[in-house]
Ligand binder design. Structure first.
Ligand code: ADP
Ligand code: MG
Length: 872
């Protein structure tokens, strides 16, 4: 600590800052540490596992808790604080502590929030870092989003009405921080958002910025937007102006998807299909679509891939353009490998540009920028020959801004990309003022060395030497035995153990020259540094453009590599109504199982047989089949080839899924209400171009209302939504009803019985199945034999009691009696004595009186206490 006790004035200063930044964690620079005091200190020490110390503000005061982090380790700690959702105000020393009179002046120099950081260690490398503002004011909400580290800015309306739709619309952006506009529906919106994005920070959106205060590109696009969109965009801009004002001029409004149409895909579907994160919270490293499909070799490529998988396209032209590009790259054979090797050498230019703009550059990054831009230029040339329009466009985007490259070449030393150089260093010749000052500094230092030799000669003291320390500067040091020979003009400065230290006029003069030259050099350097960064600033949008193009090329090259290595097929995409796939494989499972995956066909036609109802035992592969359908559509519409022998996909504009209740346990909720809410949303939204996947619908309630709901849902999808859909169900009763619908058909996954054994073939076959094989599965699972044997006897009885349904169609179908539904509802009880007596009765041989007496007698027994008779 540079300031001596007492602590009270410092604490006062701290409290003053804290009161101006409510809702922030104020990190207060004291010497080499960022400190917190009082309750914040307790909080910080708990959150970051720091030692909590305490100091008394003065002789009388009580001790105040203190906790802090070393300033050089700030990024690491910031990362953890932001992850935990804190907003941090960095209060720095804004004058040199050495020259401060009394308390050092301190100001908040930066407010750091999860959506506005640019520091490398704090950013998720493989993902975007979106800051999103949402306005749910009805009927249809609006949003604006920005990734300050890559310069992308989106603004639009929600896909549909209501807060649910708004939340679904921004789900594909995976926001790190969300600004909520207050108004009707805010409560619900906040609840939905915090469930959907539990790790994102939610805040109230600030008042809108004036359009005049915005940089020209933004002012233009916001100025011409619909008023509700413009308003939410101006609020987002206001927040950026507050937190990272330098970055705002570099953002560029872009369409969220090329071609302007995105496949609607909400957060639930992203989770159900395990596109980015595994469902099982106990297996956070489990395979996902991204983890198996990520062949990108650069950070921008990984970001692009992630974004594409989360935001598949729904525009036929744009999808085909990607497929053309992937095809053209895949055909390049070995040279694709070379291309990807070149890509891998390029640094994360977009993020570096963000740090130039935010002035948080790390040492060596300008060298990496220069080399990366040069690499991009070479890639542009290589790619110009690849015959696909999208690649041509990207290759044009890859061309680095020539003047910037020249400047960087001139400024940055060749080896400037090394890890250490702590200070800005320039190439000789870049800035003559620096060179001249450094030259003067070197000359003065040379004269100092000369002086040492001269003084040795003049005094005859061969051990006399010139030294330097922080307090006195340069001095002449003479050891004790030689003190007698010290000339008169030497002035004594300091006595040390072995001798004395002196200065002379000449030495002071030289010292002055060294200091002046050094100061000049430093000043010239920092001027030139700021000047260079300002020059780069002007090119940040171009660097972002290059970086985005690199990302796209890398993502496409990754798809191409997958196509080469994994036997994928190019899907045909059209505006048609069909999804037709031969030998479809589940993209993740197929890779996990090696060759063991059983491929299946997919045939869904919105104008024909659009609904497929899957029955069959647990473990037969229903869910896997259904997910395969969804994942192939996502892959195809993201631009990838797909694991199949043939695929044609009539473009899907919305993909809705509802997966079984067991699968939802991970979210901590599995109630029937949640299920019904999800189904309701799907039914509201789905139309003829949608694809709907419903796994085990109606399972969460009692058999009969579950069955009834499943049936009604199926009817609605068939008659009203007219969408393409796959439903898996354990309600075998549904299969009869399906036969009556022209646009629906039954299928199941084949099982082979071998005596007691059953084998799951995982092969899709037409028609329904009424066998659950629950007992087989139970046996495999290791239920005690007493239980499975007892269950087996019970099942036999039930089967014997079953009545065949009126034959229909093939006629080979068996009764649907011994299904789970009946198992649950039929109560197998032995005949009661009354029933036995009734059975013994022959009504034809009874007189009316006898009959009446018989009845009265039974009735009396019924009314009597149990001891009197046993019948009942
Ligand atoms: P269900 O939903 O019918 O209970 P799942 O789809 O969960 O069954 O499949 C159960 C398991 O069977 C999967 O985890 C997988 O290991 C295997 N499986 C499913 N489909 C296939 C297939 N087509 N090829 C190979 N194995 C499969
Ligand atoms: Mg299942």
């Amino acid at each position: 600590m540079s300031e001596a006790a007492p602590l009270s004035p410092l604490l006062e200063q701290y409290e003053g800052v804290r009161s101006r930044y409510p809702g922030h964690l104020v990190l207060f620079r004291v010497g080499d540490f960022f400190e917190t005091f009082g309750d914040d200190a307790k909080l910080l020490s708990k959150e970051l596992d720091l030692t909590l110390t305490a100091r008394a503000p003065d002789a009388k005061g009580a001790r105040v808790p203190m906790a802090g982090v070393p300033h050089h380790a700030l990024e690491t700690y910031l990362d953890r604080l932001l992850r935990k959702g804190y907003r941090v105000a960095l209060c720095d020393q804004v004058e040199d502590a050495r020259f401060a009179k009394g308390l050092v002046r301190r100001e908040v120099t930066r407010v750091i929030t999860p959506g506005t950081v640019v520091e490398e260690r704090v950013l998720p490398g493989a993902d975007h870092n979106f800051l999103v503002a949402v306005d749910a004011r009805l009927p249809r909400g609006s949003y604006a989003a920005v990734d300050l580290t890559t310069g992308e800015w989106f603004q639009d309306r929600a896909d549909g009405e209501g807060p649910e739709s708004l939340v679904a619309t921004v789900a594909g952006l995976a926001p790190r921080e969300i600004l909520v506009v207050d108004g009707a529906g805010t409560e619900r919106l906040r609840t939905l958002l915090s469930t959907e994005h539990p790790r994102a920070r939610l805040d109230e959106a600030p008042e809108p910025a004036e359009v005049d205060a915005l940089p020209p590109v933004l002012a233009g696009s916001i100025g011409s937007a619909d008023p509700p969109i413009a308003e939410v965009a101006r609020r987002l801009a206001a927040y950026v102006l507050e937190t990272q004002p330098r970055l705002l001029p570099h953002v560029r409004p872009l369409p969220r998807a090329p071609g302007g149409r995105r496949m609607r895909l909400d957060g639930k579907t992203l989770r159900h299909l395990e596109i980015l994160a595994p469902m099982n919270p106990d297996d956070p490293d489990g395979a996902t679509l991204r983890s198996t499909w990520d062949l990108a070799v650069t950070a921008p490529g990984r970001r692009t891939l992630t974004y594409w998988l989360r935001n598949p396209l729904a525009d036929v032209g744009a999808i085909r353009a990607r497929h053309d590009a992937v095809g053209a790259l895949a055909e390049r054979g070995a040279s694709l490998l070379a291309l990807r090797r070149d890509l891998a050498a390029v640094a994360d230019l977009g993020r570096i540009a963000g740090r130039v703009a935010g002035r948080r550059l790390r040492p060596g990054e300008l060298g990496a920028l220069r080399d990366g831009l040069r690499g991009a230029g070479r890639l542009a040339e290589e790619l110009a020959a690849v015959g696909a329009p999208l690649i041509e466009r990207l290759s044009a985007d890859l061309r680095p801004p020539a003047t910037l490259l020249e400047r960087l070449d001139a400024a940055v030393p060749v080896d400037g990309s090394g890890p250490v150089p702590a200070e800005p260093r320039f190439r000789a010749g870049f800035a003559p003022e620096i060179d001249a000052a450094r030259q003067r500094e070197r000359a003065a230092l040379g004269e100092l060395a000369e002086l040492e030799r001269e003084e040795q000669a003049a005094t005859g003291i061969r051990t006399l030497k010139i030294g330097y320390n922080q307090v006195f500067g340069y001095y002449l040091e003479v050891s004790r035995p030689n003190l007698g020979r010290v000339p008169a003009h030497y002035r004594r400065k300091q006595t040390i153990a072995g001798g004395e230290r002196f200065v002379t006029e000449r030495l002071l003069d030289l010292e002055g020259r060294v200091r002046v030259a050094r100061d000049e050099a430093e000043r010239a350097e920092s001027l030139a540094w700021e000047g260079l960064l300002t020059e780069i600033d002007a090119e940040v949008p171009s660097i972002h453009r290059v970086s985005r193009a690199l990302g796209e090329v890398d993502a496409l090259a990754g798809f191409a590599a997958a196509a080469q290595e994994r036997g994928l097929v190019r899907p045909e995409i059209d505006e048609g109504s069909r999804i037709q796939v031969r030998d479809a494989r589940h993209p993740t499972l197929d890779r996990l199982l090696g060759g063991g995956f059983v491929p299946n066909d997919i045939d869904l036609d919105a104008d024909g047989e659009r609904l497929l109802v899957l029955t069959g035992p647990n473990m037969s592969g229903k869910s896997t089949y259904m997910r395969t359908v969804g994942l192939l559509v996502v892959l195809a519409q993201s631009g990838s080839f797909v694991p199949a022998r043939f695929a044609r996909i009539g473009v899907v504009d919305a993909l809705h899924t509802r997966m079984g209740f067991t699968d939802a346990i991970g979210r901590g909720k599995s109630s029937f209400l949640v299920e019904m809410t999800e189904v309701a949303e799907i039914l509201r939204d789905a139309g003829p171009s949608s694809l709907v996947l419903l796994d085990e619908v109606g399972r969460g309630t009692s058999t009969f209302d579950g069955l009834a709901l499943a049936w009604a849902t199926l009817r609605f999808l068939h008659d009203r939504s007219r969408c393409r859909a796959v439903l898996a169900t354990h309600y075998h009763q549904l299969t009869d009803l399906v036969e009556g619908l022209e646009g629906a058909r039954n299928a199941h996954l084949a099982v082979r019985e071998r005596g007691e054994e059953i084998v799951f073939l995982h092969r899709l076959v037409p028609g329904s199945t009424d066998r659950s094989y629950g007992l087989h599965v139970a046996r495999i699972a290791g239920l005690p034999p007493e239980v499975t044997e007892e269950a087996g006897r019970l099942l036999e009885r039930l089967e014997a009691d079953s009545v065949p349904l009126p034959a229909k169609g093939s006629g080979t179908r068996r009764a649907t009696r011994f299904t789970q539904a009946v198992l649950l509802s039929a109560e197998p009880a032995p005949e009661s004595p009354l029933e036995q007596e009734l059975r013994a009765l022959d009504p034809d041989r009874l007189s009316p009186l006898e009959a009446l007496q018989w009845l009265a007698e039974r009735r009396r027994r019924l009314d009597a206490p149990p001891s009197e008779g046993s019948a009942r």
